[in-house]
Design a protein around this ligand. Sequence first.
Ligand code: ATP
Ligand code: MG
Length: 566
Amino acid sequence: MKLSKALMLTMREVPAEAEISSHQLMLRAGLMRKMASGVYNYMPMGLKALKKVEDIIRDEMDKAGAQEFLASALIPAELWKESGRWDTMGPEMFRLKDRNDRDFCLGPTHEEVFTDIARNEIKSYKQLPITLYQIQTKYRDERRPRFGVMRSREFVMKDAYSFDKDSEGLDISYNAMYEAYKNIFFRCDIECKAAEADSGAMGGSGSAEFMVKSEVGEDDIVFCSACDYAANIEKSPATAEVMKKEELKNLEKIHTPNAKTIEELVSFFKVDSKMFAKTLIYKIDEKVVGVMVRGDREANEVKIVNALGGAVEVELADDKTVFDATSAKTGFAGPINLKVDELLVDEEVSNMYNFIVGANETDYHYTNVNYNRDFTGKVGDFRKVTEGEKCPKCGAPINIARGIEVGHIFKLGTKYSESMNAVFTDQDGTQKPFIMGCYGIGVNRTLAAVIEQHNDENGIIWPLEVAPYQVIVVPAVFKDEVQMKKAEELYDALKAIGVDVILDDRNERAGIKFKDADLLGIPMRITVGKKIAEGEVEFKLRSSADLEVIAYDKVIDRVKEEFKKI
Ligand code: ATP
Ligand code: MG
């Protein structure tokens, strides 16, 4: 591409609306432009980079034996009604009607569509296993679109679906995708962790999220300081702290005016927050559920929902529901005489001695409370782990960091094949539902994550495989005919061997050209300047400050050397 003929969209200023570096740089380098909240148009440079990510994904999917399909983004409601998700997807789904008043949606994901394809086209075990994938536009009316294409309302997803005849087959298909994902993110030069993820109340068979660490991430990832353990905090098991045994003391009711939060209670009783157990009242679908965790711990809603066998809606109860359950104002709930459908007690609480809880009476607390003597409930792991606790795999201290999910792989089992009656005939002649897996990667989000991890104050620093262009040739002085001619020859020669190359033939000062080249993040820059008189050019990597002076005839070899490193 010759810059004199291209639409150059670089901006020097940092756009005010962009909070994170990838969003700022995607705008400053002119990769994309916003059209509406969470809706972006890709400019040529951005599209080229996006295609590079797609190429890597496609290559690895093909290598893993998956077959590319392309389904429609416009999906009839019937399929979603069959799976039951027409009602549960909520406002995130873009819904529309056709001229005959029939319901459709713009696909936020395609489990239903691919299950439908499988039930129509795959009849026999002989056609299994099979993994189908597509790279296609998805639509989600996100509550908070933000960080540019990291969380947008229209985005490109690679989604794959595997169909197997049994769970051993699913394990193989799933592992193939796991390996492919590792390769994809390695080739994109993204540092990410495969974190164990929750697979819901139904499955438990397996799910992993590929998470990139980021301050602006919306998930907490737990990872071990010593081994390779990583998990979403929702999933990571907590080990109950063992408390020192004490003689059980007599229950006492204490007047605690104006003390209801743990901080207020700590200063009122002058004891550690570990001496309290808080009782949270949740509304989970139609049920009112009490959940007890130690004063210094946080409840884990995913573990709670799983313990109840799944739920659609989970929220902390409103004041009225709390009053009905406790006969007190919010803030004084406790396990003794609590009127709830179910009481879940974190294991740690069941091990405590002589602790303090709300008395289900406004302005009162009980002290010297003991599990089993004063109350009982369903004991289990209902809390979030905290920094420094023991790794469930090796026992070393764990760390917690914020992360963004770039990919997700999931063993679905028969969740969709059963509800949609997608069956095949097995070897023994019986009809069986497909055993399915699903596998997603956010293509735009991956691109943004590459930029988030590869930049400096001057701009993007593309890894070679994702770079929209790999080399930029800069004639230093526009009016110097020799420089221009030699630069052009080099440009043609690089193009001829398949390099994605830019010629900056604009009538601009060299300083401006260098600044743009840095902002665009082109991995290699070749400057044809004064030294061309001695047959030499300057070669510079975007990732390094060093300038190498190289013979004009040898510079293509130098470029090839970089390609060999991929
Ligand atoms: P998140 O928790 O970030 O909303 P999700 O769990 O909804 O993600 P999936 O349904 O598993 O995501 O979708 C597969 C992949 O699609 C995700 O791993 C992510 O990379 C990408 N993705 C999901 N939502 C968006 C979005 N709004 N914008 C861009 N990419 C997205
Ligand atoms: Mg989401």
